[in-house]
Design a protein around this ligand. Structure first.
Ligand SMILES: [Zn+2]
Length: 271
């Protein structure tokens, strides 16, 4: 990695955007989303050994409330079974119990049961329905039920093991790492109202202040890469310098709008 790229710091990108300072050729910013404890146990020592900085984006809720994010519940539910037909059936059955109509389910199927680069149609259906298609309280209850059926573990214990704590995030900052915003509840921001987006972003900034991260010029990493015009105007208002999307590609900071930078996922690199 260090042979082919110049690993830069978050502050280098922020200074480039805000003050026009130079960035080296083939600059590379290392980003780590979702605040996993693995980032402290495995990633931090490797970065320190190489004298590199990583940028970490923990959503607030799992840190403070020790609740598993929908995205992770869904991940562990999917990882605990091979029988996705049964899972889809269980999901549909529970949805009906919560008052979802069969025409709504048919609509979801037509919209979301479409295979992606990495996932089959069934898996995409489960992800979309539980991530955003159902209303938040319903999908929360359903993913919690499916988690207890399929994963069969206490959510609290699981969250303790999975996510960084407040003090561990402090430790990342004290070790010279950058910590930025990944929202409070890890929502698809483009599906939220202006006010709801504002409260998501505001409360994540309050958390960053509490934990000792800089919020003067800061970096937003959009959960699921999702944002819209409202997000961009809120970020501009709140002095956000850089926005990281999940669009795959080289972020040409000289040409691209700094709130819509693309990234590569580790899946995009050959092993
Ligand atoms: Zn995320």
């Amino acid at each position: 990695m260090t042979d082919n790229f110049n690993i830069i710091k978050a502050e280098d990108v922020i200074n480039f955007v805000k003050n026009g300072t130079n960035l080296p050729e083939k600059s590379c910013l290392l980003t780590f989303d979702d605040g996993y404890k693995d980032h402290l146990i495995f990633v931090l020592p490797e970065l320190l050994k190489r004298n590199l900085q990583g940028s970490f984006f923990p959503p607030v809720k799992p840190v403070i409330e020790r609740e598993i994010l929908d995205v992770n519940r869904i991940h562990f539910i999917l990882a605990s079974t091979n029988n996705f037909t049964d899972l889809v059936n269980d999901l549909n059955k529970l949805s009906v119990e919560y008052g979802v109509t069969s025409s709504e389910l048919n609509y979801f199927k037509s919209q979301y049961a479409i295979p992606s680069r990495y996932d089959t149609a069934d898996v995409m259906y489960v992800k979309h329905v539980l991530q955003h298609a159902l209303s938040e309280d319903i999908r929360n209850s359903i993913s919690s039920k499916l988690f207890s059926i399929y994963v069969n573990r206490s959510e609290l214990d699981f969250a303790e093991e999975l996510y960084l704590s407040f003090d561990e995030i402090k430790k990342l900052i004290d070790s010279g790492m950058y910590v930025g915003s990944h929202g409070y509840r890890h929502l698809w921001l483009d599906k939220e109202s202006y006010d709801s987006q504002l409260s998501e972003i505001d409360s994540s900034l309050k958390f960053l202040k509490d934990v000792g991260a800089s919020t003067k010029n800061w970096i937003m990493c959009y959960p699921y890469g999702a944002y819209n015009e409202n997000t961009l105007s809120i970020l501009a208002e709140l002095n956000c310098a850089v926005g990281l999307t999940t669009k795959v590609g080289i972020a040409d900071v000289k040409r691209h709008f700094s709130l819509e930078l693309s990234r590569f996922d580790t899946n995009d690199y050959p092993q």
